[in-house]
Design a protein around this ligand. Structure first.
Ligand SMILES: [Zn+2]
Ligand SMILES: [Zn+2]
Length: 240
C-alpha cells in the first residue's frame, strides 16, 4: 500500500501542478495580460504583479504541490481498500445528500481554515509557516497555491481526513476541488471581477471575493476567511 501511495502521489503531483499552471496561467493572461488591460474589472493591486513575485509564487506552489498530493493519494488508495466514505453511485445516500455534503465540506473547510489561518499569523509561527504566502502584497493568480511547506503540511490533510467520516460522492468531491481552485485563483487575481451590485447584495456580502482577500494580503491582520465572511464578522476581523 505504501508503494501505491507513493506512485499515486507522483501522478497527482503532475495533475495538480499542471492544473495549477493552466488555470492560474489563464487567469493571469485574462487579468494582467493583453486581455486584462481591456477588461472592465476593478484593479485592487497598487501595481501589476512584479515578475520576481510571480516567480516566487510559482516556485512555492510547485513545492507545495506534492505536499497536497500525498494525503489526497492516501485517501484515494484508502478508498480502494474501503477505508473512506467516498462513493460513486449518486443515489447511494439519496440525491439530497449531494448538495448537503458539498455544503458541509465547505463549511467545515472554512471553519478549519479561519482558525488555522489566525494561528499562522501568531508571531511564533508566521516566519516559517506563512510568510511565503504574504510575500505577495500585490498578488497574482499564481499566489492561489503559494504556501510555505509548513502551511501546506498543516492544511493538506484536512479534506482527505474528512472523507474517512463524511460520505461524499466522487463527482461532488471533484466539483468542490474545482470550485476551490477557481475561488482561490479569483481571490488572488489582484482584480475584482464581480459587479458591485453582486458585492453589495445580501448574499454576495456573505462571500469572500478578491476585494475581501486582497485586503488580507495588504494589511495582514484582517479578513482571514476562506469562503464565507461570518467567522470574520463574528470575531471582528472583517474589513472591506
Ligand atoms: Zn492569500
Ligand atoms: Zn495570512
Amino acid at each position: 500500500m505504501i508503494g501505491a501511495i507513493i506512485l499515486t502521489t507522483l501522478a497527482l503531483s503532475v495533475i495538480i501542478g499542471l492544473r495549477y499552471l493552466m488555470i492560474a496561467g489563464l487567469a493571469y493572461w485574462l487579468f494582467w495580460g493583453g486581455a486584462g488591460r481591456r477588461r472592465r474589472s476593478v484593479t485592487l493591486n497598487r501595481q501589476p504583479p512584479r515578475p520576481e513575485t510571480v516567480r516566487h509564487e510559482v516556485i512555492a506552489s510547485l513545492i507545495a504541490t506534492p505536499i497536497y498530493a500525498l494525503p489526497a493519494a492516501a485517501a484515494l488508495e484508502g478508498w480502494k481498500h474501503g477505508y473512506t466514505k467516498l462513493y460513486v453511485d449518486p443515489a447511494a445516500y439519496g440525491w439530497w445528500w449531494l448538495p448537503v455534503s458539498a455544503i458541509i465540506y465547505l463549511l467545515a473547510h472554512d471553519a478549519f481554515y479561519y482558525w488555522l489561518h489566525r494561528g499562522l499569523h501568531h508571531k511564533s509561527v508566521f516566519a516559517w509557516a506563512h510568510r511565503g504566502h504574504h510575500i505577495s502584497r500585490d498578488p497574482s493568480p499564481f499566489a492561489s497555491f503559494s504556501f510555505d511547506p509548513a502551511e501546506a503540511a498543516l492544511t493538506a490533510w484536512f479534506l482527505p481526513l474528512l472523507t474517512l467520516f463524511i460520505p461524499i460522492q466522487v463527482g461532488v468531491a471533484l466539483g468542490l476541488l474545482m470550485l476551490m481552485t477557481l475561488t482561490a485563483v479569483m481571490n488572488h487575481a489582484g482584480r475584482e471581477v464581480w459587479p458591485s451590485a453582486w458585492l453589495s447584495h445580501p448574499i454576495g456580502r456573505q462571500l469572500i471575493t478578491a476585494t475581501h482577500h486582497d485586503r488580507h494580503h495588504k494589511y495582514f491582520t484582517q479578513n482571514y476567511g476562506l469562503y464565507f465572511r461570518f467567522w470574520d464578522k463574528a470575531f471582528k476581523t472583517d474589513h472591506v
